[in-house]
Design a protein around this ligand. Structure first.
Ligand code: FPP
Length: 271
């Protein structure tokens, strides 16, 4: 399991109601192309063009950690021509964008099993990571040949190989062996093109992520769509399995809760 360079200490969002880390399942490139009677690869090219404005909108809003799901371990099952077009596109995109990303202080990190990528793509990934390893304005993680289940299994195997006593394995140790080691978990996972699925993306890390699904196809997902997603997120009440206001909850094994100030007028008058 090859890990990306250590994550940079990027600024936190200025407001607590913004996510620190957003994961995006970029879906709908094929449908975007079909609507225009174009080949699927034209949809993927449009998908690549959509990335920069989304990154910029996140950065402007104060969100500096993005993880994009570019190619899953299941995507190898697509037609060979589409897979090779996507692989070519990844390489071309790195070549074209890495210089400017570096100038803008964006640290590029790749999640996934690189061994199955071509030697030349592996080389481009390694160079992009090395060039941007010390950039600290924002982090762009790109998941290529990534699957959440595979990541967890690979991390446990690696821990076993390095002599960790797996009978004492805990959540912190496992988290530190994942590609996301050192990063906050995604607070928000966005999926475009309307499917309500997580599709093997950041399974462990998404335990408490807020999910946001939009019908907008990925190539059409721009700055205003980012703001809509962030506004929606800001209105969510994140409970992490707890109770936001313990005084408001009935306690099955304890006395009934005291009325809260705004409940008093509902209380039955005594006497
Ligand atoms: C899903 O749309 C999209 C993908 C499997 C590929 C996403 C990849 C990109 C946008 C390119 C990213 C490039 C870099 C360098 C990060 P789909 O083809 O499943 O669409 P459909 O469901 O409408 O057919």
């Amino acid at each position: 399991m090859q890990h990306p360079p250590a994550p940079a200490a990027v600024p936190l969002p200025a407001r607590a109601d913004l996510p620190r880390h957003i994961g995006i399942i970029m879906d709908g490139n094929g449908r975007w192309a079909r609507q225009r009677h174009l080949p699927r690869v034209a949809g993927h090219r449009a998908g690549v063009r959509a990335i920069r404005p989304v990154m910029e909108a996140c950065h402007q809003a104060g969100v500096h950690i993005l993880t994009l799901y570019a190619f899953s371990t299941e995507n190898w099952q697509r037609p060979r021509t589409e897979v090779s077009a996507l692989m070519r596109l990844f390489g071309e995109t790195i070549d074209r964008e890495v210089g400017e990303l570096h100038e803008n202080g964006v640290q590029i990190r790749v999640f996934g099993d690189r061994a199955r990528l071509s030697a030349s793509l592996q080389e481009k990934v390694a160079q992009a990571e090395a060039l941007t390893a010390h950039d600290t304005s924002a982090i762009l993680n790109v998941a290529i040949n990534y699957g959440g289940r595979g990541e967890i299994v690979a991390a446990i195997r690696e821990l076993a190989r390095s002599g960790t006593d797996l009978s004492k394995l805990d959540e912190g140790v496992l988290s530190s062996a994942l590609y996301t080691a050192g990063l906050p978990d995604p607070d928000l996972i966005v999926r475009t093109a309307g499917e309500f699925r997580i599709s093997n993306f950041l399974l462990w890390q998404a335990a408490y992520a807020e999910l946001y699904v939009t019908d907008t196809l990925w190539p059409d997902f721009g700055e205003s769509a980012v703001h809509e997603a962030l506004d929606d997120y800001s209105c969510r009440e994140r409970k992490f399995g707890a109770v936001p206001d313990p005084g408001a909850q009935d306690d099955t094994f304890g006395p009934p809760p005291a009325p809260r100030a705004h409940d008093v007028h509902h209380a039955t008058p005594r006497g």
